[in-house]
Write a protein that binds this ligand. Structure first.
Ligand SMILES: Nc1ncnc2c1ncn2[C@@H]1O[C@H](COP(=O)(O)OP(=O)(O)O)[C@@H](O)[C@H]1O
Ligand SMILES: [Mg+2]
Length: 263
């Protein structure tokens, strides 16, 4: 059973050794990855997913439970260990949503862990802005709907101990709900984000600069406090978004007093 992943540092874009030469990722932790656009955040996620062994542009080495993963791990088991929600994923199958989920259940080896298509769809619909219809074609889902379905699917059906998430915030879904769904169990969760709300969600932040892992910051208790306040603001904004979407007008007053949102 996978307990930890260790990343041995390689080189940044200038060919200098990364400041972090060893980073241990343990179960039960949420790590957020922050840094400017182009600083190498997606590359780090991809190095972990491919279980890089000193190759490619970064030359990082990824160890699983302290050892180099063997060939069978690479070939057969990797997908059951690592679930990856990448930046630009879309479904390519031209099939109704429920049919796809049912078919996937049929193909699943461990039938006992199968989750009904309805349950996955219902969960996805708590995340998506517009409701996904059971007979909607996968290829006709909007970006947000696709992302919501993938997240609900991974959250409910994947037993992978490692979850990699790249910029979930851009999909127009309820990001806080998505994060709480994905982080329910004791997993190793890595989240690339530009969103302060999500950046403060994790207990550790990996800071990327110039293609290299620069330093790690532990979330302070002050940040945790601020993060709770941000979540409150986020919920207010979401509530307004919902009303505006439904074609309503906003009124001031106790619930939607902008001053209290921004104080
Ligand atoms: N250590 C590195 N050495 C060389 N090139 C790198 C390194 N890290 C990232 N890159 C490259 O820099 C570009 C931007 O990286 P990317 O991971 O997409 O950035 P971000 O996700 O932070 O916007 C990509 O082409 C990537 O392959
Ligand atoms: Mg990226």
């Amino acid at each position: 059973m996978l307990k930890k992943i260790e990343i041995l540092g390689g080189y940044d874009k200038q060919g200098n050794k990364e400041s972090i030469q060893s980073l241990c990722l343990e179960r039960g932790n949420i790590y957020t990855i922050v840094g400017k656009t182009g600083s190498g955040k997606t590359q780090l996620i991809e190095d972990i997913e491919s279980l890089n062994q000193g190759e490619g542009i970064t030359k990082r080495v990824v160890l699983v439970d302290g050892a180099v993963p063997n060939d069978s791990f690479h070939q057969g088991y990797r997908s059951s260990y690592i679930a990856h929600l990448s930046q630009n994923m879309n479904y390519v199958l031209d099939m109704p949503v429920v049919k796809f989920l049912a078919l996937r259940n049929q193909l699943q080896l461990d039938k006992s862990s199968a989750v009904s298509p309805t349950e996955i769809l219902e969960t996805a619909n708590t995340l998506a802005g517009e409701e996904i219809q059971p007979h909607q074609l996968l290829t006709k889902l909007s970006g947000g709907q696709s992302r919501a379905l993938m997240i609900a699917d991974v959250a409910l059906t994947s037993s992978a101990p490692v979850i990699l998430i790249d910029e979930v915030e851009n999909a127009g879904i309820d990001r806080i709900k998505a994060m709480s769904l994905l982080t329910q169990q004791e997993k190793i969760v890595l989240v690339v984000t530009h969103d302060p709300l999500l950046a403060l969600y994790g207990n550790k932040r990996i800071v990327l600069k110039n293609g290299g892992m620069s330093h790690i910051i532990e979330r302070t208790s002050e940040e945790k406090f601020l993060s709770n306040q941000l979540t409150d603001i986020y919920h207010r904004i979401e509530a307004m978004r919902q009303l505006l979407r439904q074609g309503e007008s906003l009124r001031g007053g106790n619930n939607f007093d902008l001053y209290s949102v921004l104080e």
